[in-house]
Write a protein that binds this ligand. Structure first.
Ligand SMILES: [Zn+2]
Length: 218
């Protein structure tokens, strides 16, 4: 069933909160573009574009890609015809200066209409991230308990070997959550002040969360 979505929205959530999974599913159901800045950057790097080379230079040097580079990439994507009525922005903004830069660069017609914050208790996030495994070949995401493959260590979709991303290792997870907490608190306040923020309890089954998101976005 095709779903009509009218929201131009940002998904906010800690690593492991499930926002990427939900954004992909919503995009598939309603032909609303899922704009993942991480995926876009990786694609630019792989294609060797000017932007990709610039981004890779930053990442290789252990630096973040500058905000204005990402904002320009997002604004260009939003200007494409399929993004006229609705889109889901995932992975950006992560800081208050990024949110302000995004607002300055969106026209009134393309301004944000909704910000969804995915709330999940921290111990649940740690469990989700620590068990996450990624297929080294096709990129499919699995979980040792919640979403296991038929053969341990091997992808059901392509037979590729599963790996644990270095930033999903326990020693990295605590740090990522701490960074998220400190950066996102001002962002939540900003969007609350702008009356755009809706919080969703994302510590429930993916199907229940999905149905609630559908209602919010239609
Ligand atoms: Zn695979």
């Amino acid at each position: 069933m095709a779903v009509t979505m009218k929201s131009r929205c940002v998904f906010l959530g800690a690593p492991g909160a499930g926002k990427g999974t939900q954004a992909k599913k919503l995009a598939a159901a309603g032909s609303v573009p899922h704009i993942s800045t991480g995926d876009m950057l990786r694609a630019q790097v792989a294609a060797g574009t000017t932007l990709g080379r610039q981004a890779k230079g930053c990442m290789d040097a252990g630096q973040l890609v500058p905000d204005d580079v990402i904002v320009a990439m997002v604004v260009a994507r939003i200007a494409e015809p399929d993004a006229r009525a609705a889109w889901i922005l995932d992975g950006f903004p992560r800081t208050l200066p990024q949110a302000e830069a995004l607002d300055r660069n969106l026209s009134r017609a393309s301004a944000l209409s909704l910000v969804v914050s995915f709330a999940v208790p921290e111990p649940v996030l740690v469990g989700r991230l620590a068990g996450r495994r990624t297929c080294g070949k096709c990129g499919a995401i699995w979980h040792v308990q919640n979403h296991p493959t038929r053969r341990p260590g091997l992808c059901d979709a392509c037979g590729g070997e599963l790996v644990q991303r270095s930033d999903d290792r326990p020693e990295a997870v605590g740090k990522r959550l701490e960074v998220y907490r400190s950066q996102t608190a001002p962002l939540l306040a900003y969007y609350r002040d702008h009356r755009l923020l809706r919080e969703i309890d994302a510590d429930r089954s993916p199907d229940v969360v999905y149905q609630e998101l559908l209602k919010l976005m239609q």
